[in-house]
Write a protein that binds this ligand. Structure first.
Ligand SMILES: NC(=O)c1ccc[n+]([C@@H]2O[C@H](COP(=O)([O-])OP(=O)(O)OC[C@H]3O[C@@H](n4cnc5c(N)ncnc54)[C@H](O)[C@@H]3O)[C@@H](O)[C@H]2O)c1
Length: 252
């Protein structure tokens, strides 16, 4: 068990990737704080987690609200007195497939709020808890679009911002025994994505990506969860400020 007796917070834990991370961490012995804005989804994640022998709790929070993030961390401090790992996963693209001239101010702001500002504030609160402990693992969810994407302007900016911010965190928190790294998956098959596109369009996208990615398939949520586990575990004790591309070789 690689995370025995660790307290781990996973945001976005009702979603495809977040649930896989929560389940994998619990399977490795962590006590998992399952957080999301989606209450029934969190309850389902916790149910899966407990039925497979893991332990955790649900704490709901809207990560676009600073006060809710602060309340989440306050509760963790009160209930457990410490936090060993945070994986900031909550996010998603609020403004896909726009021509650059069509960037909408409100949607752009929503993308930055959900994907970038939420991550920054969550890490600020995590650092406040982790610094006095002299230990902590921060794993942030970027995306392969951090390299740029022709139709995901504000989303790619947010995910690129997460990489830059994570490097800054690593520079400032290393001396406190805290590592900060980022994950950058290419296309991951998650139920929300398939539902949003509809099965026909999803299948076209999946096939097109599978042909393009050298490993010949798109990622599963557990491909991402296993990388999160690596970065959150002692196996990655001397790794900080890095972005791990989980891309099947895409965009080499
Ligand atoms: N699926 C992919 O192809 C892919 C690729 C690269 C990166 N990502 C990133 O991975 C992360 C997880 O995405 P996913 O694919 O599992 O999608 P998903 O939609 O299944 O999960 C996203 C989760 O975030 C939660 N969320 C949304 N707004 C929130 C808010 N304001 N406060 C708290 N929680 C909120 C949702 O309820 C959902 O459970 C996202 O950050 C996404 O940008 C996904």
């Amino acid at each position: 068990m690689r995370l025995l007796e660790k307290i781990a917070l996973v945001t976005g834990a009702a979603g495809g990737i977040g649930r896989a991370v929560a389940l994998r961490f619990a399977g490795e012995g962590a006590f998992v704080i399952v957080s999301d804005i989606n209450a029934p989804g969190c309850a389902e994640t916790l149910d899966f987690l407990e039925r497979s022998g893991g332990c955790g709790v649900v704490v709901l929070a809207d990560v676009t609200e600073e006060k809710e993030i602060q309340a989440l961390y306050r509760q963790i401090e009160e209930d457990y007195g410490r936090l060993d790992i945070v994986v900031n996963i909550a996010g998603g693209d609020c403004e896909p497939v726009a021509d650059v001239e069509e960037i909408d101010y409100l949607k752009m702001s929503a993308n930055l709020d959900l994907n970038l500002k939420s991550c920054i504030i969550s890490c600020r609160e995590a650092a406040r808890l982790m610094k006095p402990q002299g230990f902590g693992k921060i794993v942030n969810m970027s995306s392969l679009v951090y390299r740029g994407s022709p139709n995901q302007f504000s989303y790619s900016a947010a995910k690129g911002g997460i990489y830059a911010f994570t490097r800054s965190l690593a520079l400032s928190l290393g001396r406190y025994g805290i590592t900060a790294n980022a994950l950058a998956p290419a296309l991951v098959e998650v139920p929300a994505f398939v539902a949003a596109l509809g099965s026909e369009r999803w299948e076209m996208l999946r096939k097109e990506c599978a042909q393009r990615y050298p490993l010949g398939r798109v990622a599963t949520p557990d491909d991402v969860a296993r990388c999160a586990l690596f970065l959150a575990s002692d196996d990655a004790a001397f790794i900080t400020g890095q972005i791990l591309e989980i891309s099947g070789g895409a965009r080499l």
